[in-house]
Design a binder for this molecule. Structure first.
Ligand code: RP5
Length: 164
């Protein structure tokens, strides 16, 4: 029988169309064997459900939230308003403003309700997951060892690059 593990990281995005970016976060968490849940919730289209999901996140066992949104990207901040868990925000290039709108919307949180804002797009989604791993590794030495090994591999990849 397959073991069902409580998700430690929640990945949320404002639209199914954000998944091509946010799946990068899921891929990183899967690589580190960190259980996560991923779902679509919108600050504007499903505000009540987004607020309820965030308000209950800690009680369900989640430790870190990752939220991606494009345009008027209020989702990370709205989730942060309803939880004490760390929230990482990923701006998504979804409009004619190419992610600059989402970046400014996510990064300019009012003092007192923080969102850790990542780079626009896939690099930001991957780095949000790596930050989540780093947070979890503070109380999980085995996970910390996997993170150190992952970084060592990246280092060796760079040092192994040759130029013709
Ligand atoms: C935001 O609006 C979503 O996060 C998405 O990036 C953007 C556009 O959503 P769709 O109209 O593609 O569903 O809420």
């Amino acid at each position: 029988m397959t073991e069902v593990r409580t998700p430690l990281v929640g990945i949320v995005m404002g639209s199914r169309n954000d998944w091509s970016v946010m799946s990068e976060a899921k891929a990183i968490l899967d690589a580190f064997d960190v259980p996560c849940e991923a779902r679509v919730l919108s600050a504007h289209r499903t505000p009540d459900e987004a607020l309820a999901w965030s308000a209950g996140a800690a009680e369900r066992g989640l430790k870190v939230l990752i939220a991606g949104a494009g345009g008027a990207a209020h989702l990370p901040g709205v989730l942060a308003a309803k939880t004490l868990l760390p929230v990482f925000g990923v701006p998504i290039d979804a409009t004619a403003l190419q992610g600059m709108d989402a970046l400014l919307a996510i990064v300019q949180m009012p003092k007192g309700i923080p969102v850790g804002t990542l780079a626009v797009g896939k690099a930001g989604a991957a780095n949000a997951a790596l930050l989540a791993v780093a947070v979890l590794a503070l109380s999980d030495p085995a996970l910390g060892a996997r993170l150190a090994a992952w970084r060592e591999t990246r280092k060796r990849e760079v040092l192994g690059q040759t130029l013709d």
